[in-house]
Design a protein around this ligand. Structure first.
Ligand SMILES: *[C@@H]1O[C@H](CO)[C@@H](O)[C@H](O)[C@H]1NC(C)=O
Ligand SMILES: *[C@@H]1O[C@H](CO)[C@@H](O)[C@H](O)[C@H]1NC(C)=O
Ligand SMILES: *[C@@H]1O[C@H](CO)[C@@H](O)[C@H](O)[C@H]1NC(C)=O
Ligand SMILES: *[C@@H]1O[C@H](CO)[C@@H](O)[C@H](O)[C@H]1NC(C)=O
Ligand SMILES: *[C@@H]1O[C@H](CO)[C@@H](O)[C@H](O)[C@H]1NC(C)=O
Ligand SMILES: *[C@@H]1O[C@H](CO)[C@@H](O)[C@H](O)[C@H]1NC(C)=O
Ligand SMILES: *[C@@H]1O[C@H](CO)[C@@H](O)[C@H](O)[C@H]1NC(C)=O
Ligand SMILES: *[C@@H]1O[C@H](CO)[C@@H](O)[C@H](O)[C@H]1NC(C)=O
Length: 425
């Protein structure tokens, strides 16, 4: 008796502590964190984002989802931006350019900010601001407040992404659990799902609902059959991973509450959308959002909470010099080109070990790119060492060190990217 009461007490204590710690972390973000240190920071991000969005309608959904995924994996710490590419064509194909466009905006803002106030504004904040600004562009005003003061992390792991990101295939229980593990409520879940009001989804994330829902060649009975027929005419096979459709048909470029109306017609594209109708509480919120004009104010609150997930503040983390860190390897020229900050000695050591060759750093003056060029002592071995086994070659090594495939895993969950990207490297 005593004992069980005691452990109950312990449990409630630790729960309290979690809540307390959580609040503390989020609490360190504040309004206009850069007011003194970089007064133009928010204007610069907005200017650049608006200029880019004015020319590219796909950016709002890209940046919004990038922010979402950043926050769900290791907190809003900019780690989603730690990206890797190699000049392996298959991989380039696997990461469609449309997606990389979002990264460019962040990097452009960062470059401008480093000129204006070097080393001050974090990538995580830039991403949070850019996501807000991109969505806000069509309204010519800021749609929600972004607290700032986030600092950047350096760890970006595919396994973290896989473990933390909800997928388009999640049912309500799994969605609720995923959001709750980040301190978010069912209301947040329903409201943030409204982000699907903009953007596209690739067929392979929902074709199972059209062609093989329970493995018997059947259709998902919860999917509107008229809509299913339309989708079938666009997504012709279970494995089509190139075709995409709007997530919110009709108004997929407009940030609005139409998503909830579509949902109520059983036209939610993904299982994770349809799942919101399978729970009484959630479906009441859907009704409310569909019939009132509360979506914008609710979204403003939920995304603010999301933007505070496990943030690094104070003296934790760092302010990265570059946001998008990228590697390209040139197998034939035996070169690894690294843009961004790297741990030089570690990389050199690994390269030497892998290749058994002399490795040196070549600084690229104009753009301060660093090139590592392996100077082959014995030309005959070059092919074998580097080209012969791509698993042990440069690409693998670079990935190894920076655990850079998060971004691809991320896209997989993004519902608008190719799930096979990961298997290609
Ligand atoms: C933003 O853009 C406007 C118009 O292009 C310009 O006048 C203004 O100086 C810019 N602000 C900043 C902070 O870059
Ligand atoms: C689509 O899937 C096929 C077969 O699974 C794969 O070979 C191809 O690379 C994928 N397409 C893209 C763009 O990744
Ligand atoms: C995608 O990028 C590749 C190289 O980075 C380029 O050759 C290609 O034209 C781009 N495709 C589109 C549609 O922009
Ligand atoms: C939108 O951005 C992507 C990625 O940066 C780019 O490939 C595409 O050409 C852009 N579209 C327009 C209309 O500029
Ligand atoms: C956007 O807002 C600004 C300031 O709030 C205003 O001066 C400008 O005219 C607006 N632009 C449009 C196109 O409505
Ligand atoms: C939801 O999905 C999880 C994981 O796939 C599964 O274990 C669970 O049974 C599902 N719940 C319902 C109610 O379908
Ligand atoms: C449908 O799913 C079942 C069970 O997973 C599988 O055996 C079957 O091959 C699938 N059908 C098609 C056309 O892929
Ligand atoms: C299916 O969608 C159509 C509009 O395309 C709508 O009229 C109908 O009511 C929907 N059916 C259900 C069961 O939601």
């Amino acid at each position: 008796m005593m004992r069980s009461r005691f452990s109950l007490l312990l449990i409630s204590c630790s729960l309290l502590m979690c809540i307390f710690v959580g609040v503390c972390h989020g609490g360190e973000l504040r309004k206009k964190f850069y007011k003194e240190s970089c007064p133009l920071a928010e204007d610069i991000v907005k200017n650049i984002t608006w200029t880019r969005v004015a020319n590219n309608v796909t950016l709002p959904s890209k940046l919004l989802r990038m922010h979402f995924h950043d926050c769900f994996v290791r907190g809003c710490d900019g780690s989603v931006l730690i990206d890797s590419t190699s000049n392996n064509p298959a991989e380039k194909e696997a990461v469609p350019n449309l997606t990389l466009g979002g990264f460019d905006v962040i990097e452009e803002a960062k470059t401008q900010l480093e000129k204006t106030c070097p080393g001050v504004v974090s990538c995580a904040d830039i991403l949070a601001l850019a996501a807000r600004d991109a969505v806000s562009f069509q309204f010519n005003k800021s749609m929600w407040e972004v607290l700032t003061g986030r600092r950047d992390g350096r760890i970006s792991r595919q396994s973290d992404a896989l473990a933390n990101l909800p997928t388009p295939f999640f049912n309500f229980t799994a969605l609720k659990q995923s959001f709750s593990s980040k301190g978010l409520t069912v209301t947040d879940l329903v409201v943030l799902s409204g982000g699907h009001t903009i953007g596209i989804g690739h067929c392979n994330f929902f074709s199972n609902r059209l062609y093989n829902f329970t493995g018997k060649g059947d259709q998902d009975p919860s999917l509107n059959s008229t809509y299913a027929a339309t989708l079938k005419s666009q997504c012709k096979t279970l494995t089509d991973n190139t075709t995409f459709v709007p997530m919110d048909p009709g108004t997929f470029l407009s940030f609005d509450a139409n998503y909830y109306k579509v949902l109520k017609l059983n036209q939610g594209l993904f299982q994770s959308d349809a799942a919101l109708l399978t729970n009484k509480g959630a479906s009441n919120i859907v009704d409310e959002l569909a019939s009132s004009n509360k979506f914008f104010t609710e979204f403003a609150q939920s995304i603010k909470r999301m933007g505070a997930i496990e943030v690094l503040t104070g003296s934790v983390g760092e302010i990265r010099k570059k946001c998008v860190e990228r590697f390209t390897t040139d197998m034939n020229a035996h070169k690894v080109v690294v843009t961004g900050r790297i741990e030089e000695q570690k990389l050199l050591k690994k390269l030497r070990k892998k290749t058994g060759k002399r490795v040196e750093i070549i600084i690229h003056d104009d753009k301060k790119k660093k090139k590592k060029k392996k100077e082959g002592g014995d030309n005959n071995n070059n092919g074998d060492d580097i080209g012969g086994s791509s698993k042990d070659g440069n690409t693998a090594m670079v990935h190894d060190q920076y655990c850079c495939r998060e971004s691809e895993a991320i896209f997989m969950m993004f519902s608008d990217e190719n799930p096979n990207a990961c298997s290609i490297v």
